[in-house]
Design a protein around this ligand. Structure first.
Ligand code: HEM
Ligand code: HEM
Length: 184
């Protein structure tokens, strides 16, 4: 399988980014919603820290993924695809990229501004913002928390669209993102 995308299929690097980030997002969202209700204080701060570290990994992977996508062609959609669908598909992918960069960035800025940066062993992961409680509150209340709901909705639509292509339209859209698929 080619490392780079071709006109008919995604390459191995795009597939690796797609599925690895999917697994990380699948883990981080339930963690985000449940970690606050852990009673034990020490355990809670450890789990919150794991949430932060997974989030920073998603941020780094998304930035690399965006660079890779900008330097690769996008496989063509079936030729009969109407223009509005091409437009919706492109917008959805761009919004998913931007959302999955703003999401961890807002968490990181909020945590550093609250004086609680992610810790990797004895290393504190820093970001150039000063201690600033109102900024931290803004980041979580107006960006991190609402964007989580928006992303859950968009990802659900995205998965629904992939399944619709595979089971109803019966085209190669889902297959060409699958690890084993080498194109026709
Ligand atoms: C793609 C990456 C991320 C996703 C999808 C995500 C998702 C979530 C979700 C769903 C919540 C629960 C929100 C709620 O209770 O309404 C949450 C809370 C939180 N996240 Fe993240 N997160 C990400 C990255 C990060 C990063 C990188 C950090 C910090 C470095 C972070 C720090 C936090 C903190 C401190 C909370 C608790 C905030 C509160 O008090 O409500 N997150 N996150
Ligand atoms: C966290 C969850 C997910 C995110 C953020 C996400 C994001 C993306 C993005 C940004 C693309 C555009 C291609 C690229 O540049 O990588 C894409 C393509 C694709 N995704 Fe996902 N995805 C997720 C989960 C899924 C799941 C669970 C499925 C399958 C059920 C799926 C099926 C596909 C397919 C089939 C394509 C190719 C579409 C085409 O050929 O144009 N995705 N995804």
């Amino acid at each position: 399988m080619s490392m780079r995308n071709t006109t008919t299929s995604y390459g191995s690097v795009t597939k690796l980014f797609h599925w690895l980030i999917f697994l990380l997002v699948l883990a981080i969202i339930p963690l985000g919603y449940t970690m606050g209700s852990i009673q034990d204080k020490v355990l809670r701060s450890q789990v919150v820290n794991i949430h932060k570290l997974i989030g920073v990994s998603i941020l780094i992977l998304m930035l690399l993924r965006a660079l890779w996508a900008l330097n690769n062609i996008k496989p063509a959609l079936p030729f009969q695809t109407p223009n509005w669908q091409r437009w919706v598909e492109r917008c959805m992918h761009v919004v998913l990229y931007v959302g999955l960069i703003i999401m961890p960035l807002s968490g990181l800025i909020g945590s550093v501004a609250a004086g609680k940066p992610p810790q990797l062993g004895s290393i504190r992961i820093e970001f150039p913002v000063a201690l600033n409680k109102p900024l931290a509150e803004f980041m979580f209340e107006y960006i991190h928390e609402p964007l989580a709901l928006i992303l859950i909705a968009l990802i659900s639509i995205h998965i629904f669209a992939a399944l619709y292509h595979h089971f109803i339209k019966r085209d190669d859209i889902l297959r060409r993102m699958m690890p084993y698929w080498r194109g026709r």
